[in-house]
Design a protein around this ligand. Sequence first.
Ligand SMILES: [Fe+2]
Ligand SMILES: [Fe+2]
Length: 272
Amino acid sequence: MRLLFIGDVVGRAGRTVLLEEVPKLRAAWGLDCVIVNGENAAGGFGITETICGEFLNAGVDCVTLGNHAFDQREALVFIERERHLIRPINYPPGTPGCGATLIETAKAERVLVVNVMGRVFMDAMDDPFAAIEKELAACALGQACDAVVVDLHAEATSEKQAFAHFVDGRASLVVGTHTHVPTADHQILPHGTAYMSDAGMTGDYDSVIGVEKDEPIRRFTRKLPGSRMEPAGGAATLCGVAVETDATGLAVKIAPVRVGGRLSQARPDFWG
Ligand SMILES: [Fe+2]
Ligand SMILES: [Fe+2]
């Protein structure tokens, strides 16, 4: 199966490159499943139903979230009826929406997508390790599904690496989101799980993690109340990771993806 995961889409610049590129990449690479983190899609803060619908119409199969999941309050409502939108699984019981969903591809293969949040330098959440253990027990790779993709929304690389090794051999891909910068450690772990510490954001990299520079600089240099954080509006780079799995659902190929904008470009050399 050919999978593409795309990191945090930030604001209009991120949405523009996403909507332009996803249909083209889907066709050019023969993608079976495209998953996108949309926690910063609406002006940098959360996601609206309209934006989520645009992503799904452009060829995205599943949208994941993170600590900004409910910044747009309408998400508290429409997440309940949108099966292709998930929030971190380790929110407390009673939180609207689901933390995992089973996507069926055009070839009738089943992809379990799980969104989970780390706890180091993040809001207090339920144990992500216990949460993934429970989910994988309920929907095991090779038995109840043909691929498992985990969006690990976390700050600390140590937590991300420990988590990835914890599920190595039980997931097709564990990919980090939240730090908004792509890492160069994409690899297939010893037991067959593809891993990358952070997919990077899909946004304008002439910024501070996707935000117009002036306000973050001001907040670091002056401890005074200021103006709103606004997403940077220059040409965005679509960032993510491309993975191919075999019949077992484990990964056989992995490559970083960087398309458009100011970062050096990267595309898998193993598809078309
Ligand atoms: Fe983010
Ligand atoms: Fe985040």
